[in-house]
Design a protein around this ligand. Structure first.
Ligand code: AOF
Ligand code: ZN
Length: 361
C-alpha cells in the first residue's frame, strides 16, 4: 500500500499529539516552578506545524511558542495543550486570546487548570469564541506531569515525596544502585524534579551521593541539610557561593549552632526540635512547590521526621529503589510507626539493574 509521507500522520489520534505535548513539557523539568510544565502542538491536516513548551516562570507560555512556529498555518488548525489555556493577565497575557487571534478551529486540552483564577474559564472563553474544545485527553498523564503543581495549587503546601533504596532482604540501604549514582541516572533525574531536597549532613561532604546535574539551565534544588550533631557541620568544606546560596542547614537549638558558625553564605535555621512540619513551613514561605526527603547516606537523624511524616500524613508520594542484592548484616528498617499504610496507583519500572516503585498516599 502506497502512502504519502504527510498522509501517515492523519492516522494519529488525539492521544498521540497530547503525548507529544507532555514530552515537550518535560523538557523544562525542574525549571518552571511555581508554574506548571506545559507543552503545546498545533496540528494542521494531521501534520504538526508548531511546537512549544513553557520554559520558565515569567517567560511565554507553551501556546505562544507553538503559535509562533505555526504562523499562518494555525488558522483552522487544532491546538493540543497539556493544560487548559490560561485566561488571565499574569506575568504574561492570556493564551486564550492568542489562540482566538490565530483563528484555530479546535482546542484539545489534557486537563483543566486547578489554578482558581483559570479553572475552566479558559475553556469557556474559547467556546464562547466559537472554538470547539475537548477536555481530558491523556488526562492521567497530564496530571502526573504536574502532580506537584496541582497539589501546591490546591492545598497551598509543598508536594512531599520520600525516597529510599532497599535490598532484596528488605534492608534500607544508605547507598544507591550503581547506575543511580551518576548524573543522568534515575536519582539525578529525580533530584532535578524538586524545588528542594532534604538531605542528611553526610551529603555535604560526600557530594557524590547526590549527583545534581551542573549542566547549564539544569535545576539546582535547594539543599536542606539536616543535622543533629554540630560536629558534622564544622567539617563542611568551603562551598562555592553558588552552592551556598542554594543550601540551608537545619539544626537543633540544643546543639547551639549559632548562625554565624555556619559556613559562610549558607542560611542556617535552628529549631527547638527538628520537625518536618517546620521544614515544610520554611519551604512554603520561600514559595517552593515540591520537596524530596531523601534517605541516602547517614540518615539516622531522620528517624523522628519519618515518624512525624507517617503519623501526620505529610507524604504525598514514595519512590523506592529495589537493588538486586541481599545485603546481609544487621537489619536496618524504616522506623516510623505501628499502623499499616497503603499506597495507591503503584507504578513499577526498571532503572539499570534496579527496580523502581512509585506510589501515592
Ligand atoms: C498556559 N500555558 O504554558 C502555562 C500556564 O504568571 P503567568 O502569566 O506565567 O501565569 C501563570 C499561570 O498560568 C500558572 O499559575 C498557571 O495557572 C498557568 N500556566 N498556562 O496556558 C502555559 N505555564
Ligand atoms: Zn497561558
Amino acid at each position: 500500500l502506497e502512502m504519502k509521507e504527510e498522509d501517515r500522520y492523519k492516522y494519529y489520534d488525539d492521544g498521540y499529539y497530547m503525548r507529544r505535548c507532555v514530552e515537550l513539557a518535560r523538557k523544562a523539568i525542574g525549571c518552571t516552578s511555581p508554574n506548571p510544565m506545559v507543552g503545546c502542538v498545533i496540528v494542521k491536516d494531521g501534520i504538526i506545524v508548531g511546537e512549544g513548551f513553557h520554559p520558565k516562570a515569567g517567560q511565554p507560555h507553551a501556546e505562544v511558542f507553538a503559535l509562533r512556529g505555526a504562523g499562518d498555518l494555525a488558522e483552522n488548525g487544532t491546538a493540543y495543550v497539556s493544560l487548559e489555556p490560561c485566561n488571565h493577565y499574569g506575568r504574561t497575557p492570556p493564551c486564550t486570546e492568542a489562540l482566538i487571534k490565530a483563528k484555530v478551529k479546535n482546542v484539545v486540552v489534557g486537563m483543566v487548570d486547578p489554578n482558581p483564577i483559570v479553572a475552566s474559564t479558559g475553556v469557556k472563553k474559547l467556546q464562547d469564541a466559537g472554538i470547539e474544545v475537548k477536555v481530558g485527553v491523556e488526562e492521567d498523564m497530564c496530571k502526573r506531569l504536574n502532580e506537584a503543581y496541582i497539589h501546591h495549587m490546591l492545598t497551598g503546601k509543598p508536594f512531599l515525596t520520600i525516597r529510599y533504596s532497599i535490598s532484596l532482604d528488605g534492608h534500607v540501604l544508605s547507598q544507591l544502585g550503581e547506575e543511580a549514582t551518576e548524573c543522568g541516572g534515575y536519582h539525578s533525574k529525580l533530584l532535578q524534579e524538586y524545588d528542594a531536597i532534604i538531605l542528611p549532613s553526610t551529603a555535604l561532604t560526600e557530594t557524590s551521593l547526590f549527583p545534581i546535574s551542573k549542566e547549564l539551565g539544569a535545576n539546582q534544588p535547594l539543599k536542606i541539610v539536616v543535622s543533629k550533631s554540630p560536629n558534622s557541620l564544622t567539617q563542611i568544606p568551603a562551598l562555592d557561593t553558588d552552592a551556598a546560596s542554594k543550601t540551608m542547614i537545619i539544626s537543633e537549638k540544643k546543639t547551639s549552632l549559632e548562625p554565624q558558625t555556619g559556613p559562610e553564605g549558607i542560611e542556617t535555621v535552628s529549631l527547638d526540635r527538628i520537625s518536618l512540619v517546620e521544614i515544610l513551613e520554611h519551604c512554603k514561605g520561600k514559595g517552593l512547590c515540591s520537596v524530596l526527603l531523601d534517605l541516602t547516606g547517614n540518615y539516622e537523624d531522620f528517624e523522628d521526621m519519618l515518624k512525624e511524616g507517617f503519623e501526620q500524613n505529610l507524604f504525598q508520594k514514595v519512590v523506592v529503589e529495589v537493588l538486586p542484592v541481599f545485603s546481609g548484616g544487621k537489619e536496618r528498617v524504616l522506623n516510623y510507626m505501628d499502623a499499616k499504610v497503603m499506597v495507591k496507583n503503584l507504578i513499577s519500572s526498571v532503572s539499570g539493574k534496579s527496580v523502581l516503585l512509585e506510589g501515592y498516599f
